[in-house]
Ligand binder design. Structure first.
Ligand code: B12
Ligand code: SF4
Ligand code: SF4
Length: 222
């Protein structure tokens, strides 16, 4: 099995391979390779909408089913054990952000979500595939964080209730605003702070997808 076999299988469902790391680097006791899979832009959204299950957490349910079907078929084809780990299983949660930082293409941002050198803040992690084989991985990117050259940092001034003033998201301030008369702009944008970032605007989520994620966050934490 090669990394491109996984990428091709994931592409068909609108997912994207963001990179990989050895399981030692990932801090896993078993050997092998850990491949990070996620979404960016608008590729995953229509596939999800077509197949959306009628559950309370449809994206998580669909992700588990879709990714497991893909890993089962890869296992059948290559006879290599492969297990999917999910970001929503927990607590304790798998350290997806640490894995992404270690894999080299993502950097911390001042507002919490990691910034990808190409996709900006408009990406999410959907699974990490633990493959029981030493797959050849591309060299990790050495490019600097886009935030280093972003002198104005518009993400930090776009929030109407200054929810990042303390250095991390004030969830109560955010959800109170979302619940009020002026919260609609945040639902529509999928967070005004995230929308203010100039990186990866060509892969920004569509309004329905941004609204879906914002609504899921609001419903879980209001
Ligand atoms: C719990 C959780 C939350 C909580 C608390 C967040 C927190 N920072 O603790 C709440 C409800 C507030 C939250 C909110 C959101 N979340 Co959230 N959340 C998670 C979840 C499920 C677990 C996080 C965790 O506790 N991990 C456990 C620790 C041990 O793992 P970790 O990787 O080591 O994480 C730590 C480090 O990354 C560290 N860290 C962050 N930056 C840096 C930088 C450096 C240099 C270092 C060393 C460490 C470090 O902080 C993390 C927490 O301790 C993750 C999924 C996951 N499994 O990672 C999503 C996740 C982090 N959330 C995500 C998102 C997108 C959001 C929201 C934007 C919601 C939305 N609309 O989609 C908001 C906004 C968050 C914000 N502005 O900060 C994405 C981020 C994607 C990205 N681009 O990075 C994740 C990865 C889910 C996903 N499927 O992609 N979230
Ligand atoms: S607006 Fe600038 S500082 Fe903020 S996340 Fe985007 S690049 Fe980084
Ligand atoms: S969703 Fe709106 S209120 Fe919440 S952090 Fe983003 S900009 Fe601020």
């Amino acid at each position: 099995m090669e990394l491109s076999d996984i990428s091709d299988a994931m592409d068909a469902a609108g997912f994207k391979v963001f990179g990989g790391l050895t399981s030692t680097t990932a801090g896993l006791e078993a050997g092998g390779t850990l491949i990070l899979v996620g979404n960016t832009g608008v590729d995953m959204w229509p596939v999800f909408c077509d197949e959306k299950p009628d559950t309370t957490d449809p994206l998580d349910t669909w992700t588990r089913e879709r990714i497991t079907a893909i890993t089962d078929s890869l296992h059948e084809r290559f006879s290599v054990p492969i297990e999917a780990l999910f970001p929503f299983d927990g607590p304790p949660y798998h350290p997806f952000q640490r894995w992404a930082l270690t894999s080299g293409n993502a950097h911390p941002s001042p507002i919490g979500p990691l910034i990808h050198t190409e996709f900006g803040l408009w990406h999410g992690y959907r699974a990490a595939l633990h493959v029981d084989a030493d797959l050849a991985l591309p060299e990790p990117s050495t490019s600097a964080s886009p935030c280093d050259d972003c002198t104005e940092k518009p993400c930090l001034v776009a929030c109407p209730v200054e929810a990042f003033a303390s250095g991390h998201l004030n969830v109560a301030a955010c959800t109170s605003h979302l619940a009020g008369d002026h919260g609609e702009a945040c639902f529509k944008a999928g967070c005004l702070a995230r929308r203010a970032c100039p990186i990866g605007t060509d892969v920004a989520y569509s309004e329905p997808q941004a609204r879906f994620h914002m609504r899921a966050f609001f419903d879980a934490h209001r």
